[in-house]
Design a protein around this ligand. Structure first.
Ligand code: BYC
Length: 322
């Protein structure tokens, strides 16, 4: 078939894609993109969306037990925000030509991942503080760079998500501050939560650069703007002074300020433990995925009702008719 004069041929499309990237412009759903770029974007955005949705479970676990009505209301709002983040991200992912049903199916079959961090249990109220402070803190450190990622719908979703995540980080730090300034038992709870969440929070930023399979290509495509290790160092540098402000001990005997580098040196992360969790063998992997699948099955009637309502509206029923 003859090529239309307005549709560039193969190499022209590749040059156009490369030109957009080198001009710092966004790749939009209408633009041609290499198959592997599309595949990488679907993988990363889907993994991110699944993390937001599954990430509701460890904190949702504390909604009924939050220590005051105000704390309950704040936690409900936070958990609801995470569902919203999942929604923006699934929508961004759908612009790449995959449906939300397919994405859920891939997650439920274990063919797509979600973040390692949500496979740890929340044993005390202080864990809700530690998640906000450390997990949301690590997530924002990464996601602020992703507001400049090369795929337009993902970058725009990140702007709003980062604004909400910074509230989350502050609510977590406020819980930790209250506990750290409280009774001896409360300080011990805060310290115990920091002890358990510190290392998994460092690891959630991805494997070390030499073990990272996607970083080099993702940097070339402007999907990533920094490596996993660079982001991890920034997170440590931001967070250690916060722990000191709280009067808590960071559970790392190798932690030391390095005047020459202008950064905190920190100890070795147990990457074998991280890969075990990624492979599905963490403390809560089974429970988290089983709960997600159950919620999807239980919600089938809501999706069916939504579709039936939409079909009825499409056939001209008045908006307020049930
Ligand atoms: N967990 O080549 P690499 C939140 C996998 S939710 C599991 O470095 P990449 C929140 C990786 O997928 C925040 N797997 O990968 C929600 C790859 O395996 P595959 C979640 C991991 O993509 C509720 C392999 O390891 N944030 O904030 O270049 C409540 C090699 O890795 C993990 C995002 O998802 C992990 N932690 O870089 C509270 C941010 N790390 O796929 C809070 C978006 C790596 O080849 N994602 N793997 O089988 C990213 O920025 C990047 O995907 C990563 C990894 C930096 C995470």
């Amino acid at each position: 078939m003859e090529q239309s004069s307005t549709v560039p041929n193969g190499s022209a499309r590749e040059s156009h894609f490369a030109a957009l990237l080198s001009a710092g412009e966004k790749i939009e759903p209408r633009d041609w993109m290499p198959v592997a770029y599309r595949r990488t974007m679907i993988r990363q955005i889907a993994q991110h969306a699944h993390s937001e949705v599954i990430g509701q479970q460890p904190e949702g676990n504390w909604i009924t037990r939050a220590p005051s009505l105000a704390r309950k209301a704040i936690l409900v709002a936070k958990v609801q925000d995470e569902a919203g983040h999942g929604l923006y991200l699934y929508s961004a992912c759908e612009t790449l030509g995959i449906s939300r049903d397919e994405l859920n199916e891939l997650l439920h079959q274990g063919r797509q991942k979600y973040s390692s961090i949500f496979n740890y249990p929340t044993l005390s109220w202080a864990d809700v503080g530690a998640i906000g402070w450390l997990v949301d803190g690590a997530a924002i450190t990464n996601q602020v760079t992703l507001t400049r990622t090369s795929y337009g719908p993902y970058a725009r979703a990140m702007v709003r998500i980062c604004k909400e995540e910074s509230f989350h980080q502050r609510q977590g730090f406020e819980i930790m501050t209250t506990l750290a300034q409280g009774s001896e038992a409360q300080r011990a709870m805060a310290q115990d939560a920091l002890d358990r969440w510190w290392w998994p929070s460092l690891a959630m930023l991805g494997p070390p650069d030499e073990q990272s399979t996607h970083t080099d290509q993702s940097l070339q495509w402007g999907i990533k703007l920094e490596t996993n290790d660079e982001i991890r160092q920034r997170f440590v540098d931001q967070t250690v002074p916060q722990a000191h402000f709280l009067g808590l001990h960071v559970p790392d005997e190798a932690l030391a300020w390095n005047e020459g580098r202008g950064h905190w040196d920190f100890g070795d992360i147990d990457w074998d433990a991280f890969w075990e969790v990624v492979r599905g063998n963490g403390p809560c992997n089974h429970e988290r995925l089983a709960h997600k699948v159950q919620a999807w099955q239980d919600g089938a009637w809501v999706r069916e009702a939504g579709l039936a309502y939409a079909a009825k509206q499409a056939h001209g029923a008045p908006r307020n008719s049930a």
